[in-house]
Write a protein that binds this ligand. Structure first.
Ligand code: FAD
Ligand code: UQ1
Length: 449
């Protein structure tokens, strides 16, 4: 053991290690051995999950508490800009443009712990990882995203080898969408929306509009029967944009079936089986030439089984300030939370500005004052050169940035989605410099009602 620790290191360790913990390394400043022998480290701020919310918050918190005091636990070597997958599935962007190494997006001065959190112990202020290590914290930010559950559909994920099934929701299957689209000859092109909460609730139909446009461009449209089978009773949750989308499906001759949920695929017969949610026990089987699957989604297992979850398994946070409802030094952001808004990167951006303020005040023993209004945005791509930019709040009321009617399809909004959003993501959001378009909205609407 480390009897020969230098004085400076010893001082640091005695400050960092809680009673009962022993130092085991002279070289690694913050590592200790817990009474049960597990290696343990401590950080003022611990972020779990190095996706959109985790990287964003670690950049903001590093500026607040200084280099060396923030760590991120993230198992993946790659960080993806998932919104690009809509365009990857349609062949409009290459997959490799959507990803960068995790190492390159972790802010300098933030420690990357390359593990998976296996257990939260908020009463002891620590987490346990799958490699047996433990990390204790003063403040914890949870940004674990959500889990995709392809396996809940009988015949998947093995059915993805079929060549006619794709899914923009997974890095493993998004290129299969483009392959199925190119190989399409004639028949049904079916697009699904599951019977669970999802991230980017517009994405299941964006790829449908892109496919319809692709069929028109390639002369296949007369042979394509385009079908949207959704578990929801509406095409979109905000009336203004739902009305616009209903007009679009009508003019493009797209069939929409509500309360219809994909439960099974038979790749040998190219059949998809849907349960009729309003008629229990009833199913409908459709033949497909192309099938785009949006999988069921759920909160991460590790949150579900923790004392941090709400009854539905999502991270239980205050909807205004993002502080955990029972543990005041725990906070949440993004898809893993129970914030009653649509789960998007745009929402993460707006949440990050509020959460930053909340944590600053909590660190000074003050009450959080800033309020998240539920802002979220979904660029509803409706073709290779058009987009309806939906933006709305907790009340499902439009909260639009630009001083024109965003309910209309626009080329400018397509370029914003395809060309402006990626740099905004990599160079502003992930650096903790973009807190959503609220200031821009205020400026754009100056002098207007
Ligand atoms: P994520 O970015 O998913 O990050 C979660 C992280 O947690 C991951 O890195 C994961 O590896 C890590 N993790 C998981 N389990 C553990 C564990 N046990 N321990 C440690 N780490 C763990 N949003 C928009 O704003 N606009 C769009 O146009 C848009 N389009 C989209 C299109 C598609 C096809 C998809 C899939 C998403 C789209 N989104 C869009 C949604 C957006 O990408 C997500 O809402 C956003 O990335 C959520 O960020 P997050 O940090 O909550 O989760
Ligand atoms: C946004 O802030 C954001 O996060 C960076 C997205 O994710 C990629 C979006 O898709 C959108 C639309 C926004 C909102 C930004 C503006 C300028 C309206």
């Amino acid at each position: 053991m480390s009897h020969c620790v230098k004085m400076t290191a010893l001082q640091v360790l005695s400050k960092l290690c809680r009673p009962g913990l022993q130092a085991y390394s002279t070289g690694v400043r913050k590592f200790c051995l817990s009474p049960n022998g597990a290696s343990q480290s401590h950080f003022d701020v611990l972020v779990v999950g190095g996706g959109t919310g985790g990287i964003t918050m670690s950049a903001r918190l590093k500026r607040k508490v200084g280099a060396g005091n923030v760590a991120i636990i993230e198992p993946s070597e790659k960080h993806y800009y998932q919104p690009m997958w809509t365009l990857v599935g349609a062949g409009a962007k290459p997959l490799n443009k959507s990803g960068r190494s995790t190492a390159s997006v972790i802010p300098s001065g933030v420690t990357w712990i390359k593990s998976s959190v296996q257990e939260f112990d908020p009463d002891k202020n620590l987490v346990r990882n799958d490699d047996g290590t433990q990390v204790s914290y003063k403040y914890l930010i949870i940004a674990l995203g959500l889990q995709l559950q392809y396996e809940k559909i009988k015949g998947l994920p093995e059915g993805f080898t079929d060549g006619k099934i794709g899914s923009n929701y997974s890095v493993n299957f998004v290129e299969k969408t483009w392959k199925a689209l190119q190989d399409f000859r004639e028949g049904n092109a079916i697009f699904t929306f599951p019977n669970t909460p999802v991230k980017c609730a517009g994405a299941p139909q964006k790829i449908m509009y892109l496919s319809e446009h692709y069929f028109r461009k390639t002369g296949k449209r007369p042979k394509a029967n385009i079908i949207y089978n959704t578990s929801l009773p509406v095409i979109f949750g905000v009336k203004k944009y739902a009305d616009a989308l209903l007009e679009i499906v009508k003019t493009r001759n797209i069939e929409v079936n509500y309360r219809s949920n994909l439960i099974e695929v038979h790749t040998d017969k190219q059949e998809a089986v849907f349960e009729k949610l309003d008629h229990p026990g009833e199913t409908e089987t459709l033949q497909y030439e192309m099938l785009h699957v949006t999988p069921p989604m759920a909160p991460p297992e590790v949150i579900q089984k923790s004392p941090l979850a709400d009854a539905g398994g999502w991270l239980d946070v205050n909807k205004e300030n993002l502080q955990h409802c029972r543990y005041s030094n725990v906070f949440g952001i993004g898809d893993c939370t129970n914030l009653p808004t649509s789960k998007t990167a745009a929402a993460v951006a707006a949440q990050s500005a509020v959460l930053s303020q909340t944590i600053s005040l909590v660190m000074k023993n003050q009450k959080p004052t800033h309020k998240y209004d539920g802002y979220t945005s979904c660029p509803l791509v409706t073709g290779y050169n058009r987009c309806v930019l939906a933006e709305f709040d907790y009340e499902a009321q439009p909260l639009e940035t630009f001083p024109f009617d965003q309910g209309k399809e626009r080329r400018s909004m397509f370029h914003m989605k395809a060309d402006l959003m990626p740099p905004l993501y990599w160079y502003a959001l992930l650096k903790g410099l973009w807190g959503g378009p609220k200031p821009l909205r205020t400026f754009m609407h100056l002098g207007m009602k």
